[in-house]
Design a protein around this ligand. Sequence first.
Ligand code: PLP
Length: 401
Amino acid sequence: MTNITRNDFDQYMVPVFAPAKFIPVRGEGSRIWDQKNKEYIDFAGGIAVNALGHAHPVAVKALTEQAQKLWHVGNGYTNEPVLHLAKLLTENTFADKVFFCNSGAEANEAALKLARKVGLDSGIAGKNGIVAFKNAFHGRTLFTVSAGGQPKYSQDFAPLPNGISHVAYNDLEAAKAVINEQTCAVIVEPIQGEGGVIPADIEFLKGLRELCDEIGAVLIFDEVQTGVGRTGALYAYMNYGITPDVLTTAKALGGGFPVGAMLTTDKFAPHFSVGTHGTTYGGNPLASAVASAVFEYINTPDVLEGVKNRHQYFLNALNTLNAEYPVFEEIRGQGLLIGCALKAEYAGKAKDITTWAGEEGLLALIAGPNVVRFTPSLIIPEQDIDEGIARLKRALAKLGQ
Ligand SMILES: *Cc1c(COP(=O)(O)O)cnc(C)c1O
């Protein structure tokens, strides 16, 4: 593509993002190259999306084979790839039924709407309250920014959907105080991703499960970031041994192809009927074929065990680095969702670190102003981890200057 430059972003794009100064043009495995053919190690994974790295042959094959057959038919017809994917998702999780869409926000939108409908169908007057958590992130539609616990994403768009209360994450007593007969749903991330890579305490999730059972509310786990192997389990709820009523999944599900899904049980699915909810692209054959291939590849003991091994490898490398440049207060997370919280004296510097990392040839993420986040490919080779850490070290060296 000739004559395309980063300046075109500022000229032609609605300015909701501030992308890096370089433009990636090609990727393979955990490496990408920009317009100048500069190479980068990818610890960002397209924000926990590129679970098999870039251009993985399994995903490429699924995409190109399906591309030659059938892309889209609309919901007046079903298709083979979507039914295959629905079987995979239900046979390998607690769920019995799936609703497909195109993103994490849409999956959560469907989950919250389903919960409101369950509340309505209960016949209990006013059973429409939603309990959510501070600092949570559930997407950018009006309902999901309202459920999210970061007012900066919702306050400019009032009036917001009401009936949503936010309490502190990992604070079961605070949740107890707001969950009542009028609550139709509790929505929670098993690990807050955007909110700073903060894992839930097991007692917290267990308590939420019990409270939802007591008052008949739908427990929704937002696994958009934690799902599809990210934590070393197929879904994070499996690590905790606590089963939700509804689970949302997206990001890694398509390995880079946009797809989302809401999983639920035979108990709750019938509250949606023909016409109550929908989407044009949800479950289209192209997305479903890619997602099936990615899901099948990841859902093996080898790949999932590999995520746990890489977690340890990453942590060892980061701890060694932190011994040399003590900038991180805490290194946390599960599997390949890793957050490095900066020490107080470096507060607010996470973005600078990722910018410097880019200069050194490393893609990394932030999770708020004080946390550097890594969500690489689930099959990133150890040599790429080593090389990425070496580049991170050069970026951190700039902190003191
Ligand atoms: C990314 C994310 C979303 C939103 O997904 P989109 O595909 O951007 O709509 C929702 N919940 C969590 C936990 C996420 O990490």
